[in-house]
Design a protein around this ligand. Sequence first.
Ligand code: PMP
Ligand code: GLU
Length: 399
Amino acid sequence: MQLSSNLLRFSESETIKMSKLGRELKAKGINIIDLSLGEPDFNTPEHIKEAAKKAIDDNWSHYTPVSGYPELKEAICKKLKRDNDLEYTPQQIVVSTGAKQSIANAMMSILDDDDEIIIPTPYWVSYSEIARLCRAKIVFINAPAATNFKITPEQLENAISDKTKLFIFSSPCNPTGTVYSKDELEALAKVFEKHPDVFIISDEIYEYINFSYSGGKYESIAQFSYIKDRVIIINGLSKGFAMTGWRLGYTASHPEIAKACEKIQAQITSGTNSITQRAAITALEGPLAPTYEMVKEFTRRKQRVAELLKELPNLKCTEPEGAFYIFPDVSYYFGKSFEGEVINNSSDLCMYLLNHAHISTVSGDAFGQPGFIRISFANSMENIEEGFKRIKSGLEKLS
Ligand code: PMP
Ligand code: GLU
């Protein structure tokens, strides 16, 4: 079959692949512990579910405006003011089928063939692949573990060329859990100030899953007024409200970018579903107590994971400040083997752990950082305990 050459430009999503493999093994009756996928194991809060049930009964069953219901866009603007002290108007908001589509809309709106996009590594798997689909040229900046996976302003300055069109990052970061402080963001913003043609995608999907969060203000790079027009905020309900399957993300940007995202979306999905949108109004306007409860539990798990890691001294790991992943260096195991199966890289190690220890993780290669693996702690404490037991016994068999 002669399919589009576009398919050769990008790879399958490694996060989705690992969870699919885990599901397939589970369907065969194998007891797999899935620490691959980053999704809260909590149920959506009751008041949000009730709002969705009511929306069905009230017949919110028609096409919605492509960029989202006006009341929802108002609620997003209020949220941005309440939580981030940022002023946006509804015409700057586009609601989409998950933050993933918001990122795709934004990249498609900005990138032309061979434009350069700067991506600090490690990065979330889909950034590079969507950029490749847009035929952009990727310039990676390596943020090593030694700097807690943060880039410096000097690195950013050196990476920018006259072809640079876009920069994308997440804070808290998937996969490392790194959170940029206000001062660090300001130092990067000062570099962008000197380069007025560069747009910045700020992926804030883990805004609430922030272990330094204590009712204080989340720091967004959009707060620096001299670059705000070029910042596209990405956020959504998947993580903070345990609503991954509902599919709701959004962008907050300059109105011209919003118009471009809407134009693309009108030809591709016509927007996300009406029931999710009605429920999202309740989520955004309602109490954040269930979110804080989840964050409390993620904090407890992070602490337990830190203890469990002490039993695995050959894994080197920085402590995450946000999101729900740890990202240890596993290179100690390269060259070791079990029954003739040699571990040459982190993909080999992930497959070995899946097939022999029945524990699913994701290789660091997918995040642009070979030598590491990502372990999600968005799972019950019981599964985390059992998962680490399996990782330990799997690793002990390698020699
Ligand atoms: N950005 C990051 C950093 C993510 O980890 C994810 C994973 N869910 C997304 C965006 C996409 O989220 P959504 O479920 O809203 O598409
Ligand atoms: N973002 C989550 C992850 O990184 C979910 C999977 C995905 O959307 O790729 O695991």
